[in-house]
Ligand binder design. Sequence first.
Ligand code: ATP
Ligand code: MG
Length: 343
Amino acid sequence: MIELQGLTKRYGEKLAVDGLTCTVRPGIVTGFLGPNGAGKSTTMRMMLDLDRPTHGTVLIDGQHYRQLKDPLRTVGALLDAKAMHGGRSAYNHLLCLAQSNGIPRARVREVLDTVGLTAVAKKRSKGFSLGMGQRLGIAGALLGDPQILMFDEPVNGLDPEGIHWIRNLMKNLAAQGRTVFVSSHLMSEMALTADHLIVIGQGRLLADTSMADFIRQNSRSYVRLRSPEIERLLDVLAGAGITAVTTEDGHLEVDGTESAQLGELAARHKLVLHELSPQQASLEEAFMQLTAESVEYHAHSAPPGGDPRPVAGADAPPDAPPDGGAAPPGGGWGADWRKKKGS
Ligand SMILES: Nc1ncnc2c1ncn2[C@@H]1O[C@H](COP(=O)(O)OP(=O)(O)OP(=O)(O)O)[C@@H](O)[C@H]1O
Ligand SMILES: [Mg+2]
């Protein structure tokens, strides 16, 4: 297990990580979420002793990272897939890691096979695509067969098959009783992978809770109803003391009453329902709700005919277009700018 106690990192004026206290437990996948610049990578670097905390401590199975006898056999990590010698082949990169950590050579082939890179094992990693680099980084994390695994945005650059693969890999590693700590910006993916969430914003802990509780606590759940007899339905609901809100598209939304109870009430009054569906916000909506105030890097929405340039200082989101421009949210926004740029 990984224990953080008052973990703090200051870079000059910038408080990147601010008194984080939490525990990452074995046997589950723990998602590490936060807006750009929240301090996720800095926290992970401090866990691996790559950055020295300004205050506080990180203990890995009760020890500081630097006290671990066999670090690679205790913690496997992928922080930066590009942090490798590009002139080395995938095989040699892993072999160097294995030899300097007392790991048998045969394990190199095993992990290359696990991540699907056997066919390109002899190719230099500088020619690898983003996704291949991520896979090689994951192979390095798995090399020492460690009980603790840490991945900083591992699905970056992976294709759908790769995303599916890493989701199952992380779940399997957790099911084997290992500690799996993973950061990601892909909320839909996290919702499918993580059992527990640690959410930070501007370096501070915002939530440390199960996935289900996180969504429940940070979003509204309600039941949506549709009926050809909407007026009668409203009367029946009012008669039962249930408040319903009529939406613009003619649906009813009811808070605080189970769908089963609503269905039975409608049946008792022989009301036809075309829809009776419990609605739960997605992880993404719950995340946006919780972190709204701690987002530092906002992209401005498109001003109609206004300045279409990307906001200075805004960090590009991982799925931003390669030219660094923000994706045009409305028809044609940005098109003029590109034309001008080219002319
Ligand atoms: N070496 C450094 N020197 C100065 N400031 C740094 C350094 N590393 C990180 N920071 C700052 O610390 C803050 C946290 O950065 P960090 O990379 O940990 O965020 P993050 O949550 O990983 O963000 P992202 O989601 O964009 O990867 C940022 O404001 C960043 O600019
Ligand atoms: Mg980061």
